[in-house]
Write a protein that binds this ligand. Structure first.
Ligand code: AMP
Length: 394
């Protein structure tokens, strides 16, 4: 029987999953990609097959599917009926935080779960849901091997100087340090470059992961040197609904002068800021680009400004720059944003090829450009599937 791997990415009200087939000959490929949205309110399952054709689209009764465990029961039922000739050999999870210690994927054991629980305070909005999904699989199929793949792991190659904050050193020891996120995306790009762009793979590369969450990573010879995200995924670039890097004094001001509670500040910083907060229109870059509203334009200008500022900082840490790579929803799909970013990076030696950029070519810089520019689609699910396959020796 053909083996398959299930990849799970659990959020607060959503559960994304992919099923990868592991043929005896040939490469691993997705045979189903789906998501359950509206967990706890109006759950809806949508699944496509490997060719992108619709397999399932159904609305569920909230009283029957309110938790991750119930959602997984449904997914397990679907997999059993659709893939009768296959055997589920393992599950790979996206787990946001691997703390200071995990620089590689981890086989789930009771001891590992206890350790991962201790990182909940470091990522209270994400880690509990990631761990809930692991427990839910244990309930459905206790003997199935599971693997945690961390968003922080790729960045553990960074040296201590870059991981420090200027707080008393004991805070570093207590775990208040720059962790960096989107690591599975950056690792995918770093491992893909040797085949798609060998001339830059061992060089000094900045990857801009521009999606609804956005960050940038300085990579040298395939290893993370520093990134724009720090202790939490609030740091760095302007994002869909998060402000990115800002003076911590603002948080004190909101607490002490404006009387906001910690919960209200959390809501402001995670859900009401960024492109949404600046534009007053929305967090979808497509909508903002199509809008004539002055604040939509201002939000886009600030988004690009922050990227160019960060690019300068990351290039300084790398001691120069060989290539700039765009990825994720905005990076892969918006020629306009790529053009604006590349124009602002002309001082570094980036010369954009406008036609190649419009076509969304792999290489979007002119021949002879001192710093080359690229578009490389990311694939975090495939990265998780690779790790799971390797760790479980499938
Ligand atoms: P991700 O988080 O990587 O799925 O990216 C989601 C973001 O990509 C959303 O803000 C979308 O607005 C943005 N996006 C997707 N397609 C496009 C496009 N063609 N132009 C601009 N932004 C896009």
């Amino acid at each position: 029987m053909e083996k398959v791997i299930l990849v799970l990415n659990a959020g607060s009200s959503s559960l994304k999953f992919s099923v990868f087939a592991l043929p005896a000959a040939g490469s691993m490929h997705p045979v189903a990609v789906g998501q359950i949205e509206g967990l706890g309110t109006a759950p809806r399952l949508k699944v496509k097959d490997g060719a992108g054709e619709r397999m399932v689209d159904e609305q569920w009764d909230m009283s029957e599917v309110a938790t991750h465990a119930q959602a997984l029961q449904r997914i397990a039922g679907l997999l059993r009926s659709r893939f009768q000739g296959s055997v589920l050999a393992g599950v790979g999870h996206r787990v946001v935080h691997g703390g200071p210690e995990y620089s590689a994927p981890l086989l789930i054991t009771p001891a590992a779960m206890t350790r991962l629980e201790t990182y909940v305070p470091l990522a209270p909005l994400h880690q509990p849901h990631n761990l809930a999904a692991i427990r839910a699989v244990q309930e459905v199929q206790p003997d199935l091997p599971q693997v945690a793949c961390f968003d922080t792991a790729f960045h553990r190659s960074q040296d201590i100087v870059g991981q420090l904050y200027g707080l008393p050193y004991e805070y570093y020891e207590r775990g208040i340090r720059r962790y960096g996120f989107h690591g599975l995306s950056y690792e995918y790009i770093a491992t893909t470059l040797p085949s798609v762009a060998p001339e830059i793979a061992s060089g000094r590369v900045v990857v801009a992961h521009l999606g609804s969450g956005a960050s940038m990573c300085a990579i040298h010879d395939g290893r993370s040197v520093t990134s724009s995200m720090g202790f939490t995924a609030l740091d760095g670039l302007l994002m869909g609904t998060r402000p990115g890097n800002m003076d911590p004094g603002i948080v004190l001001y909101l607490l002490q002068q404006e009387g906001l509670s910690a919960k209200e500040i959390e809501d402001l910083l995670y859900k009401r800021s960024g492109l949404l907060g600046l534009s007053g229109i929305g967090n979808d870059m497509r909508v903002l680009l199509a809008s004539d509203a002055p604040r939509a334009r201002l939000a886009i200008e600030h988004f690009v400004y922050r990227i160019s500022r960060e690019l300068g900082a990351l290039a300084a840490v790398l001691g120069g720059l060989d290539a700039l790579v765009f990825t994720a929803g905005i990076g892969e799909n918006s020629a306009r944003i790529r053009q604006l970013v590349c124009e602002k990076a002309s001082w570094l030696g980036v010369e954009i090829d406008e036609a190649a950029n419009e076509q969304g070519s792999l290489r979007i810089s002119r021949t002879g450009s001192r710093v080359s520019a690229w578009v490389v689609p990311t694939n975090e699910e495939l990265m998780i599937a690779h790790h799971t396959r390797k760790l479980l020796a499938l």
